[in-house]
Design a protein around this ligand. Structure first.
Ligand code: SF4
Length: 357
C-alpha cells in the first residue's frame, strides 16, 4: 500500500500535494461562481478558517469566465469542478485555474480529451479524477451489480489510463462514497493500485452534526492507515464548518502542524468552575493560534492537571480561583475573574515561543 508520504508529488498553484508534504484542507464554495463578490467573500472566510485549497463549481460559461476575477483576489489555489464539457475546462485553464476536477473518460471524443490534456500540460495544471460511487460508469455497474470498491478503483484506473496514454501524470484521485465502509475499502484498494495522491472525502455525509460524525468515522479510519493527501469534509452547512471539522480531525492524528488543540474534562460532581462556558471560550480563542500547542481546561484540581499531563498549558478550577499548570505541574494561582484572560496571555506566550523555534 502506498503511504501518503510516498505518493507522487503534484504541484497545485503554490502548493505541492503528495510526497512528504503536509495533508491539505480543501473546501468548496456554495455561492454561484459567477457572483464574484459573494464567491470571493466566502473564500476569504474559508482562508481565515484554515482552508488551503478551494474548489468552485463551473457549470457554465459565465462561471468559467468569472475565474480570472476570483483568482486575482484570493490567496489559495483555486480548483474548477467541471462535468463533461471540455470547453469549460479549456476556459477555466485559460482563466488561470490551478487544478481542474474532470473525469477524462466522460469528456467524449478523443480530440476533446487531447485538447484538455494538452492545455493542462502546457499550463502545468493537474487534473483530479473524481470517482463517485453514485455515478459509476454503466459498464462497471453491470459488471459488479452495484457500486463496489473494486468497481470504483476500476473506474479510477480507466480514467488514469486515458491520461497516462497521453503522457500526463499530474493526477490526483478521489473515490468518494456516502457509505462509510465502502469509502474506506475503496481508498485502501486505491492506495494499493497506484501512487497518485489521494483526495479524501465522504460525500453527501449530511448535516453539521451527523455529517461530522460520519466523516470523522470514515476519514479517521482512512487517515489512520496513512492514506490521504488532501481532505474535504462535505457538510450541508456553511463551508467554514467543513474547514473547522477538517482541522479538528487532522489534529486528532497529529497531522495539523499549525493548530492548537483543546483538552477539556467532561465535568463531574467535583467541578468548581463554569467549565463548559470557559472551554467554549478557549476553543474559540485558539482557532487563530498557529502553533501546535495543547491547552487544557479542567473542572477541578483533584485529578485535573495529572489527567492532562500531555497538555502544554492549562487551567484547573478551584474554589474562587484557577490553578495554572504547565505539563501537569501547577505553577501559580489566579483569581477566578481573570482566569481566562490569564490563560489567554499564557497561550500567546507559548505560541510565540513555538513560532520562534
Ligand atoms: Fe471531574 Fe475534576 Fe476530572 Fe473534571 S477534572 S472530570 S471536574 S475530577
Amino acid at each position: 500500500m502506498t503511504h501518503r508520504t510516498n505518493t507522487r508529488p503534484v504541484r497545485v498553484g503554490n502548493l505541492t500535494i503528495g510526497g512528504s508534504n503536509q495533508l491539505y484542507i480543501q473546501s468548496m464554495t456554495t455561492t454561484k461562481t459567477d457572483d464574484v463578490e459573494a464567491t470571493v467573500e466566502q473564500i476569504h472566510r474559508l482562508e481565515e478558517a484554515g482552508c488551503q485549497i478551494v474548489r468552485v463549481a463551473v457549470p457554465d460559461e459565465r462561471a468559467a469566465k468569472a475565474i480570472p476575477d476570483i483568482k486575482k483576489r484570493i490567496h489559495i489555489p483555486l480548483v474548477a469542478d467541471i462535468h463533461f464539457d471540455y470547453r469549460l475546462a479549456l476556459l477555466a485553464m485559460d482563466g488561470g485555474i490551478d487544478k481542474i476536477r474532470i473525469n477524462p473518460g466522460n469528456i467524449g471524443r478523443r480530440e476533446k480529451v487531447e485538447a484538455v490534456v494538452n492545455r493542462a500540460k502546457k499550463g502545468g495544471i493537474p487534473i483530479r479524477i473524481g470517482v463517485n460511487a453514485g455515478s459509476l460508469e454503466k459498464r462497471i455497474l453491470e459488471k459488479y451489480g452495484y457500486p463496489t470498491a473494486d468497481g470504483m478503483v476500476e473506474s479510477a484506473l480507466h480514467h488514469i489510463k486515458i491520461l497516462e496514454d497521453l503522457d500526463f501524470h499530474d493526477i490526483i484521485v478521489s473515490l468518494k462514497a456516502s457509505n462509510v465502509p465502502l469509502a474506506i475499502e475503496a481508498y485502501e484498494k486505491a492506495a494499493m493500485a497506484f501512487d497518485y495522491p489521494l483526495h479524501l472525502g465522504i460525500t453527501e455525509s449530511g448535516t453539521l452534526f451527523a455529517g461530522t460524525v460520519k466523516s470523522a468515522a470514515g476519514l479517521g479510519a482512512i487517515l489512520s492507515k496513512g492514506i490521504g493527501n488532501t481532505l474535504r469534509i462535505s457538510l450541508s452547512a456553511d463551508p467554514v464548518e467543513e474547514v473547522k471539522v477538517a482541522r479538528e480531525l487532522l489534529k486528532s492524528f497529529g497531522l495539523a502542524s499549525n493548530a492548537a488543540t483543546l483538552i477539556s474534562c467532561p465535568t463531574c460532581g467535583r467541578i468548581e468552575i463554569d467549565l463548559i462556558k470557559i472551554a467554549n471560550e478557549v476553543e474559540e480563542y485558539i482557532q487563530s493560534i498557529k502553533a501546535p500547542i495543547k491547552v487544557a481546561v479542567l473542572g477541578c484540581a483533584v485529578n485535573g492537571p495529572g489527567e492532562a499531563r500531555e497538555a502544554d498549558i492549562g487551567i484547573a478550577g478551584a474554589r474562587g480561583e484557577g490553578l495554572l499548570f504547565r505539563k501537569g505541574k501547577i505553577v501559580r494561582k489566579v483569581p477566578e475573574e481573570i482566569m481566562v484572560d490569564e490563560l489567554k496571555k499564557e497561550i500567546d506566550l507559548l505560541a510565540e515561543e513555538y513560532l520562534q523555534k
